[in-house]
Ligand binder design. Structure first.
Ligand code: HH2
Length: 297
C-alpha cells in the first residue's frame, strides 16, 4: 500500500510544525522533550522509583527545571511481556499526580495509556495529550480523543506488550511500519480526529528487535513523509544495551542521547526520555548545527 502523503503534504508543509493539543498549540519548530513520569512498580528501567505523590511531583518539577516541554504520566508498564493493568489501578496511580501537577507546572501533561476510561479521566484531571502505544485499540479511545480535543500520539506496535516480541518479523521494517502507521493515521482521521492533533511514533522496542529499532531510527525520514511530526522513545531501551555489550538500563544515558541526536538529524521532532537535562543540551546543540548546515538538514 502506498502511504506516502496520507495527508497530501510534503514534510515541510505549512502547519506540520504545529501540534494542536487540548487548550493550545505546541510548535515543533524546536525539538520538544517529553519527560517520562512512570508511576509504576515494574517499569523496565525506573519501576518503583516514585513511591508517593510527593516524590512524583518533585521529579516532575525537576524535569521542568531541566527543560522538559511535556510530561508523560503513566500507570502501566508496557515492557515486553507485561500484563495489562486494570483501568482502576492505573487511575489510582496517576490521578493524584495529574491533579497535583495541573496546578503546579506550566507545561502540558500527556497520559500514557491504552485505556479510554483512563484517558478520559486523566484529561478531565488536566492532561492535554493522550499517548496511546496501542494506536486506538480500545474502541472508545477515538471518541475520547475527539470529544476532549486532546492531542494524540499514535505509536506503532503489533499485538500487545504481552505478545509483541513474537511478532517482530519484517521484510522491510521501515516500509511496513510506515504502512501500518499510515493505517492508524487514516483510522484516526476517519474517526474525526483532525490531523493537526496527531503525532506519529515508530514504537522503538515494541514488536521490534534491535536491528528493527536501528533501521527505523535510520529511516525516520520515511515516517516524517507521512505528514505529521515524529516522536521517538529510545530512552534506555534494549537496543542500546545490545550495542554496548549489555549495559544495564540505568547506564544507557549516553547511548540514549546519541539515539536522540541521530533521530533529530533524520527528522524526529519530539523525544520521550527519562533523563531530561542531557537530552536538552544535546538536542539544542544538534538542532543549532542542523539549522546551520547548508541544506538545513
Ligand atoms: N515507550 C514506552 C512507554 N511509552 N510511548 C511512546 N509514545 N513511545 C515510546 O517509545 C514509549 C511510550 C516504554 O518505556 P518506559 O515507559 O520507560 O517503560 P515501561 O513501559 O516499562 O513503563
Amino acid at each position: 500500500m502506498n502511504v506516502t502523503g496520507v495527508l497530501a503534504q510534503a514534510p515541510s508543509a505549512t502547519g506540520q510544525d504545529d501540534w494542536s493539543i487540548r487548550g493550545g498549540v505546541l510548535s515543533v519548530g524546536r525539538p520538544l522533550i517529553m519527560g517520562i513520569l512512570n508511576l509504576t512498580p515494574d517499569s523496565f528501567s525506573d519501576g518503583g522509583e516514585l513511591p508517593g505523590v510527593e516524590a512524583a511531583l518533585d521529579r516532575a518539577s525537576r524535569m521542568v527545571g531541566e527543560g522538559a516541554d511535556l510530561l508523560d504520566v503513566g500507570g502501566e508498564s508496557t515492557r515486553p511481556g507485561a500484563a495489562a493493568v486494570p483501568p482502576s489501578e492505573q487511575l489510582d496511580r496517576i490521578l493524584p499526580v495529574i491533579e497535583g501537577l495541573a496546578g503546579r507546572i506550566a507545561i502540558p501533561i500527556s497520559v500514557d495509556t491504552r485505556s479510554a476510561t483512563v484517558a478520559r479521566r486523566a484529561v478531565s484531571a488536566g492532561a492535554a495529550i493522550v499517548n496511546d502505544v496501542s494506536s486506538l485499540s480500545d474502541p472508545e479511545m477515538a471518541d475520547v480523543v475527539r470529544e476532549t480535543e486532546a492531542g494524540l500520539v499514535l505509536m506503532h506496535m503489533r499485538g500487545t506488550p504481552a505478545t509483541m516480541q513474537s511478532r517482530a518479523a519484517y521484510d522491510d521494517v521501515v516500509e511496513e511500519v510506515a504502512a501500518e502507521l499510515g493505517d492508524s493515521l487514516r483510522q484516526a482521521l476517519a474517526a474525526g480526529i483532525p490531523a493537526s492533533r496527531i503525532v506519529l511514533d515508530p514504537g522503538i522496542g515494541f514488536a521490534k528487535r534491535a536491528e528493527h529499532s536501528l533501521a527505523l531510527l535510520a529511516g525516520l525520514e520515511r515516517l516524517a513523509g507521512l505528514g505529521r511530526p515524529v516522536l521517538v522513545g529510545p530512552s534506555r531501551k534494549s537496543f542500546i544495551g545490545d550495542i554496548l555489550g549489555g549495559v544495564l538500563p540505568r547506564q544507557r544515558g549516553f547511548g540514549t542521547v546519541a539515539a536522540c541526536v541521530a533521530a533529530l538529524l533524520r527528522g524526529a521532532r519530539l523525544f520521550r526520555v527519562h533523563d531530561v537535562a542531557p537530552a536538552r543540551q544535546a538536542l539544542d546543540v544538534a538542532e543549532a548545527i542542523r539549522r546551520t548546515a547548508p541544506n538545513g538538514s
